[in-house]
Structure formats: structure tokens, C-alpha cells
Design a protein around this ligand. Structure first.
Ligand code: CP3
Length: 383
């Protein structure tokens, strides 16, 4: 896409009516805390299941009209402050030539995982371009951005290099990720080479999403729980940083305005300092991060916007208990520089009424908190 086409496309989108989440990312004042939910489109919604009964998972991802419909479904039920494009982190290994299928009740499965470095040559085609192979994602984003009609911003996303590399080696979900970790100890150079290659591809994939209409980006580093701090610092963090810088630089070169970048490194409780001092605008926290850790982050990194971190299982609680947990969460994070979310993706058996209660309660309580916070300032201003 030429620079002029990109600029023209950006001008053509409907004006944004709710920019709360963008303001929260920039640390600007908000009248209530913005909220979205990881995996907000998905199997807990009967209307999603109905579409899935007629289409395979990756057919949904590959058909922009269906993808757009599924992305909008949760917004019809809940007062969410962002939409996230329906896709998957595994579209990247598919784009590179690997066959990935979604097996019912099991999850993703690679037909031919990478076992040893020599397999890479046949498994992935390094000449593949994100702009060509993943055009269906970008088409879905453009269509959805128009269909949203400015209701709220649209989030684009990608898996991070280590998470994708570990899937490509394990071939499916894993408790220990020991096959992938084995590479980090035995094929150090080849691991870095693969991570570096994925990094470049991911930067292009994220920038293409912005060119197509994404207004925020989230990077999922889902497999930090199996890494030591040392392995994280060597094999994950440098690539996360490269992606943050690479996306920013490429957007500047293409004269596209800045979009906020969110990093969600699941189970990276040992690297919160590194994450908060890397150049992401928002750090997503998983549900295991403690109140004490959150308070410390708030004191040390007041300008970093935090996102999270209600336990997805809290949605099983009574509405009374849920409300208490939401209140506590809002008090700990505070209403500024904050995006409310779950601390991981929503589960398929989540109670839909409680999802609505979560969203509405975050809005109601935070609105009150912000109103009361600004009263003393107004009194002072009148003096
Ligand atoms: C690791 C990972 C994957 N995918 C993703 C991650 C990172 C987040 C995380 O840590 O959970 C990210 C993802 N996957 C999906 C989205 C869509 C956008 C959203 O609503 O958040 C996003 C952002 C749709 C999906 N991706 C998947 C589903 C369910 C598939 C179905 O419809 O059968 C959805 C809605 C399938 C998927 N895709 C993946 C797994 C492990 C599974 C199976 C697990 C499960 O069944 O929940 C890989």
C-alpha cells in the first residue's frame, strides 16, 4: 500500500464517538474507566456458537464478513469501550506455511511441528509477506472499522515471538513447553534466528493492521509461565522491545499517527519492572498479580497505563461478591491510567449476566470515584 492510499483510508473512517480507552492509554483524564474483555467474542455467546456450528474456526477468521459479525457480537450485548478483531495468534505460523487446525475440545494442533533446526527450512517459507498472506485479516479490520461506525476503537493484535515459536515446536498447547525450552538451551543461535525472523514478520503484521484501521495494538506473550527470569530476559524481552520500537518507527515512516501498544505477558510476574520500563504504553497484568505488586507499580511507574486483572473465574461468583471484587480492583489500580479487563481470556462457561454486570459496574463505580475525586479540586478552583 502506498503512503497516500494509507492516509486517504484513515481519513475515510467514521469519526470516533468514544475515545475513552485511547485517553486512558495516553494518561489523559477520563470520566469513567474504559473496559474491554480478552476473548470477548467467543464460545460463551450463543450467537457465536451458532456461527461456529456452520463454519470452522479458521474459516471464520478468513471470511471478513463473518469475522466482522463475530467481532461486533459482544458489543451488542455489553457497553464495551473497545472491539478486538476476531482472529488468532496462530494465523502467523499459518501465513508462513505451517498447517494449523483447531480441534474441537482440544485446541490448536500443528500438522508438522518443528522438531530440530533443520526442519525450519521445509516448515516455513521466509519469502512470505504478511501483507499478502494475511490480507484477509486486514480486510476484516477495514470492514469492521466501518461497521463500528465510530462507536469505539478497534484493537488489532499478534502473538509475540516466543509464544509463536513455542507453539511451532510443541505443535499444541503444553504444560511445560519442554520441547521448545530445549531449543533455548541446545540451539541458542537457531532460537535467536527464528525469534528474530518472527519479530520482523510480526512488526509488519501489526503495522498492516493499523494501516487497515486498527486503533490500538495488543501483543500477546502468553507463554511466560514456563520461562525463568533469565530465559525471559534473553529470549522474550529483546524481541518485545524490538517490536514496540519497530512498529513505532514504521508507522512514523508511513506517516500514520501513533497508536498505543499494549503488552500482555501472561505469568511474567518476575519481569514487571522490565515490562513497565520497556516502551509499551500499556502493561496488561494477569490475574495472579497481587495488590501489593500493583501498588508498587503505580508508585514506580505513574505514567504507565495498566490493564487488568480480574480473575476470569470471578465471573462465576454472585453479583454481590463480584461487585466487591470490582470495587477493590478499581481502588487498587485507581481510575487514571487504567483499563479494566480480565486477567486472561474469558472462559466458555462464563455467566453472561455477570459479564454485563462486570462491564456496567466498572463504569458505574469508576464514574463515581472520578466525580468525587474532582470535587475538592473544583472547590479549590472556586476559591
Ligand atoms: C494462546 C492464544 C491463542 N489465541 C490467542 C492467544 C493469546 C491469548 C491467550 O493467552 O489466551 C488470542 C486470541 N484468540 C482469539 C482472539 C480473538 C479476539 C478476542 O475476542 O479476544 C484472540 C485475541 C479467538 C479464539 N481462539 C480460539 C477460540 C475458541 C475456538 C472455537 O471457537 O472453537 C477463540 C474464540 C482457539 C484457540 N486459540 C489459541 C488457543 C490455545 C485456542 C484454544 C483454547 C480455547 O479453546 O479457548 C491460541
Amino acid at each position: 500500500m502506498s503512503d497516500s492510499t494509507v492516509k486517504q483510508n484513515q481519513d475515510e473512517f467514521p469519526p470516533l464517538k468514544n475515545n475513552l480507552i485511547l485517553r486512558a492509554c495516553r494518561g489523559e483524564p477520563v470520566e469513567r474507566v474504559p473496559i474491554w474483555i480478552m476473548r470477548q467474542a467467543g464460545r460463551y455467546l450463543p450467537e457465536y456458537l451458532s456461527i461456529r456450528s456452520q463454519n470452522s474456526f479458521f474459516d471464520v477468521c478468513r471470511t471478513p464478513s463473518i469475522c466482522c459479525e463475530v467481532t461486533l457480537q459482544p458489543l451488542r450485548r455489553f457497553d464495551l469501550d473497545a472491539a478486538i478483531i476476531f482472529s488468532d495468534i496462530l494465523v502467523v505460523p499459518q501465513a508462513l506455511g505451517m498447517q494449523v487446525d483447531m480441534i474441537a475440545k482440544e485446541g490448536p494442533r500443528f500438522a508438522h511441528p518443528i522438531n530440530v533446526p533443520a526442519d525450519i527450512k521445509t516448515a516455513i517459507d521466509r519469502t512470505k509477506q504478511a501483507s499478502v498472506e494475511l490480507k484477509y485479516v486486514y480486510d476484516a479490520i477495514t470492514l469492521t472499522r466501518h461497521a463500528l461506525d465510530g462507536r469505539c476503537p478497534l484493537i488489532g493484535f499478534s502473538g509475540a515471538p516466543w509464544t509463536l515459536m513455542s507453539y511451532m515446536i510443541e505443535g499444541k498447547g503444553s504444560e511445560t513447553h519442554s520441547k521448545a525450552k530445549k531449543w533455548l538451551y541446545t540451539y541458542v543461535e537457531e532460537s535467536h534466528d527464528l525469534l528474530q525472523f518472527l519479530t520482523h514478520f510480526i512488526i509488519n503484521h501489526l503495522v498492516e493492521q493499523v494501516c487497515a484501521g486498527a486503533q490500538l495494538l495488543q501483543l500477546f506473550e502468553s507463554h511466560c509461565g514456563c520461562l525463568s527470569h533469565d530465559l525471559f530476559v534473553r529470549f522474550s524481552l529483546p524481541y518485545l522491545r524490538q517490536i514496540a520500537k519497530g512498529v513505532r518507527d514504521m508507522l512514523t515512516r508511513r506517516q500514520i499517527p501513533f497508536v498505543p501498544l499494549i503488552i500482555f505477558a501472561k505469568d511474567a510476574h518476575y519481569a514487571l519492572d522490565e515490562l513497565c520500563s520497556s516502551s509499551f504504553d500499556v502493561v496488561g497484568l494477569d490475574w495472579s498479580i497481587t495488590r501489593r505488586q500493583i501498588r508498587t507499580l503505580r508508585e514506580k511507574y505513574p505514567s504507565v497505563t495498566l490493564q487488568g486483572n480480574l480473575d476470569p473465574c470471578a465471573l462465576y461468583a454472585s453479583q454481590n461478591d463480584l461487585e466487591k471484587m470490582i470495587k477493590q480492583m478499581l481502588e487498587i489500580f485507581g481510575p487514571k491510567n487504567y483499563i479494566a479487563n480480565l486477567g486472561h481470556g474469558i472462559y466458555p462457561d462464563a455467566n453472561i449476566d455477570n459479564v454485563k454486570h462486570f462491564v456496567d459496574t466498572v463504569h458505574r463505580i469508576s464514574k463515581d470515584m472520578i466525580k468525587h475525586e474532582s470535587v475538592p479540586k473544583m472547590i479549590n478552583a472556586n476559591k
